[in-house]
Structures are given as structure tokens and as C-alpha cells.
Design a protein around this ligand. Structure first.
Ligand code: AMP
Ligand code: GLY
Length: 419
């Protein structure tokens, strides 16, 4: 099969790395890809959000199957456009990707179907939002409605902080049109766990739990990022918790979306908080998380292509999905200054040595004039290792990560130990 993966970060490298191991995949392409992805797939110069360009390229090159990995093209309807052109595509249609694209939509869905989540109110009027926060008090959580690269959320310790966030979103346009509607939520407490699940719209198969580390500095300090590292599985997510989540959250969500005429085919991302009142949904995403994808796919024993195809064909109940024992850890190597401002173009050394004991997924790299790897993004690499235990996986990931260097490199030293 000729397969095209859409995207160009660490997540897409992990997906390509896994698909390249499938005997079914005879030709693998990635658009736009990156320098690391080019080791396992042919990179295609079409932007991830160029819906028309992607459909045309796939049609002209007789692609058999497209895997749309990032949120933006999903929200724009890339899967719908590919389907309309007769090309099988993995990922939710636009009307289902809305679970991520609109927090207001997903909060209403959860309310209607009694799926546990934080209490909330939605506002389009700034003064009403400011008054609501003053009445509720702090801590309180303020969220921009639309896609804001995971950065549109303020967990405010004081009323002033919450009101500043509301003004930034609604008056100053910090997140463009994403901020014209805000969701204000009760602040929940407890360990945060990600559960990614394959679904064909009817059957849902959760993957091993994982945990992202969103803050840029050790001890969960500093601003939120796209994710600085992850582990899988998460010790706090016990088998009892998993069956409770299946009954109270996962199955009800898939059933709710189908009942609403928005069947979800793809990877459904459950951002959960294990609160003293039980597990609650923090957020849904419509895709693999990044960097959670890197650890979870490192533990997948089965052929990923079989699973993706079954999701598209509606036959997920017939696939036996197996996972490796043990654990995995990814440590993200970022450019100093990320997520605010950072420089690019620094040469990277130690990739080969690190690659002897870990898999180094590239998030933001490009090739220099001599074929050398250069930094080309905020998140640069995701050093991913597996081990018999979580401790072993963490140690192996850090051993490998410490062999890599580039100017102004920054990484957290407490992945898997911060909570
Ligand atoms: P989100 O983009 O919705 O995942 O939010 C980003 C981060 O903000 C989450 O990973 C949580 O750590 C935090 N957060 C979001 N909503 C809440 C909430 N209701 N209570 C406490 N923390 C939250
Ligand atoms: N790692 C969080 C996300 O992909 O949204």
C-alpha cells in the first residue's frame, strides 16, 4: 500500500516509524515531514493545512490511504475532502473533530450525556465573564474556545489573574477568533492522565495510559508548552480506574458522538483528571497527543496499519491489538527560550550515539548544507526509550538524551517523577 501521513512533528515521526515496520506499507510518504522523518518516509512539500494541495497530491500519486495526524487539518475537514475524492483517510471528519476545535461544543456534549467533567459556563460577553469570575472566586480556569496550540488555558490562582486572562482573550485578541468565546471552569485537582483510544465510531479500544508534562521547567513550573516529555503507562491509572473510565467516559463519549450524527473515526484523546470525586474529562482532542504518541506507539506490538484500516472500515472489533509489557519514556529536547522565543539553525551532535539505546524522534529539525541535522523548531527531538519498568525506561531515555547536544538545548530532568 502507498500510505501518506500528514504532519511534520515528533508525533508524525513516531507514526511513520511504526508504519514503516508494517509489511503492508510498501511506500510511505509524509507531508511535509521533517529531516528525521525523511529517514523512514519520503517527504512531500505540501503543507499540513493545505487541504486542496493534499487531496491533489494524493490523487495524482495514487495514494491508497492517508493518515491525518494534526488537529488543524482535521478541524478544516481534510478527511472529508479526501473521502470526497475517494481516498480512504484515517481521522475524524470535521463534524467530529469539533470535540477538539470547540471546547464549548465538547463541554455541552458532556453535560448533555452526563460525562463527568468540571462545572463550567461559556461566555461571549466580556463583562459577564469578568463578573462571573468575581462571584466564583479563585482558583478558577479560563479557556479560549478554539484551537490555541494548548496555550489558551489559564489556571488562575487569583481573581485578578483570571480577569487579566479574560481581557487578554476577549479584548486584546491574544488568540484571535479562538478567544472571542471563553469557557470558565471549576478548578479540579488530582493526577492528570492521557488516554488515547482507537475508535471506528462504534468500538473503542483504549491504548495504555500516558502522562504529558506540559510546563517548560522542572517541578511543573513556567508556561505551558506543547509537551516536554511523557511516560506510559501511568502508575496512578489502575486497572480499576481503567474500567471505570471505560464505563463512565470512553464508551459514553463514542456513543454520544454517534447519537449526535457525528461518528468519530480516528484517535480520540481523553485528557483526564483523577479527582477525589472520580475521573473527569479535562479535554478531548481529536488525534494522537504529542509527545504521548511517541511513548504509546513504542509499546505497540501489533501492526499499526491493520488498526488504522480497521478504524476506517468500521471493523475495529475484529482486530487483536497487543501491547508490549514494560514502560516507555520520552524526553523532549527543546530550544532554549521555547515556548516564547528561541533561535533555530544550530547543529545537533550525538544523534547516532543516542540512537544506539533509544529511538530519537525528530520534532523540529532540518538538514544543513553538509547533510547535518540542524534545529528547526521549539521542540527539536523526542528521545524515547522503553524498559522493563518505568524506572528503567526513564533512566534509558535520560542516558540517551545526555549524549545529544546543541546550542541552548533545554530539557526537563524530572520526566516521570514530577507528580
Ligand atoms: P487543556 O488545554 O484544556 O488541556 O488545558 C491545559 C492544562 O490546564 C491541562 O492539562 C490542565 O493541567 C489544566 N486544566 C485545564 N482545565 C482544568 C481544570 N478545570 N482544573 C484544573 N486544571 C485544569
Ligand atoms: N500533549 C498534548 C497534546 O498533544 O495536546
Amino acid at each position: 500500500m502507498k500510505v501518506l501521513v500528514v504532519g511534520g512533528g515528533g508525533r508524525e515521526h513516531a507514526i511513520c516509524w511504526k508504519l514503516a515496520q508494517s509489511p503492508k506499507v510498501t511506500e510511505l510518504y509524509c507531508a511535509p515531514g521533517n529531516a528525521g522523518i525523511a529517514q523512514v518516509a519520503r517527504c512531500v512539500p505540501v503543507g499540513a493545512t493545505d487541504v486542496e494541495g493534499m487531496v491533489n497530491w494524493a490523487r495524482e500519486n495514487a495514494v491508497d490511504f492517508v493518515m491525518v495526524a494534526p488537529d488543524d487539518p482535521l478541524a478544516m475537514g481534510m478527511v472529508d475532502a479526501l473521502e470526497a475524492a475517494g481516498i480512504p483517510a484515517f481521522g475524524p471528519r470535521k463534524n467530529a473533530a469539533i470535540v477538539e476545535a470547540s471546547k464549548a461544543f465538547s463541554k455541552e456534549l458532556m453535560k448533555k450525556y452526563r460525562i463527568p467533567t468540571a462545572r463550567y459556563e461559556t461566555f461571549t460577553d466580556m463583562d459577564a465573564a469578568l463578573a462571573y469570575v468575581a462571584k466564583q472566586g479563585a482558583p478558577i480556569v479560563v479557556k479560549a474556545d478554539g484551537l490555541a496550540l494548548g496555550k489558551g488555558v489559564t489556571v488562575a490562582a487569583t481573581v485578578e489573574e483570571a480577569q487579566d486572562a479574560i481581557r487578554a482573550m476577549m479584548a486584546d485578541g491574544k488568540f484571535g477568533s479562538s478567544g472571542s468565546t471563553v469557557v470558565i471552569e471549576e478548578c479540579m485537582t488530582g493526577p492528570e492522565v492521557t488516554v488515547l483510544a482507537f475508535t471506528d465510531g462504534k468500538t473503542i479500544v483504549p491504548m495504555p495510559s500516558s502522562q504529558d508534562h506540559k510546563r517548560v521547567f522542572d517541578g511543573n513550573r513556567g508556561p505551558n508548552t506543547g509537551g516536554m516529555g511523557a511516560i506510559s503507562p501511568v502508575p496512578a491509572y489502575t486497572p480499576e480506574m481503567a474500567s471505570r473510565c471505560m464505563e463512565e467516559i470512553f464508551r459514553p463519549t463514542v456513543d454520544a458522538l454517534r447519537a449526535e450524527g457525528r461518528p468519530f473515526q480516528g484517535v480520540l484523546y481523553f485528557g483526564l483528571m483523577l479527582t477525589p470525586d472520580g475521573p473527569k474529562v479535562v479535554e478531548y482532542n481529536a488525534r494522537f497527543g504529542d509527545p504521548e504518541c511517541q511513548v504509546v506507539l513504542s509499546l505497540l506490538d501489533s501492526d499499526l496499519m491493520d488498526i488504522l484500516q480497521a478504524c476506517v472500515d468500521g471493523t475495529l472489533d475484529q482486530v487483536d491489538i497487543r501491547w508490549k509489557d514494560g514502560a516507555a519514556c520520552v524526553v523532549v529536547l527543546a530550544s532554549g527560550g521555547y515556548p516564547t522565543s528561541y533561535e533555530k539553525g544550530f547543529p545537533i551532535s550525538g544523534l547516532e550515539e543516542a540512537g544506539e539505546t533509544a529511538v530519537v524522534f525528530h520534532a523540529g529539525t532540518k538538514l544543513g548544507p553538509q547533510g547535518e541535522y540542524l534545529t528547526n523548531g521549539g521542540r527539536v527531538l523526542g528521545v524515547t526509550a522503553t524498559g522493563g519498568t518505568l524506572e528503567e525506561a526513564i533512566a534509558a531515555a535520560y542516558d540517551a538524551a545526555r549524549k545529544i547536544s546543541f546550542e541552548k538545548m533545554h530539557f526537563r530532568t524530572d520526566i516521570g517523577r514530577a507528580f
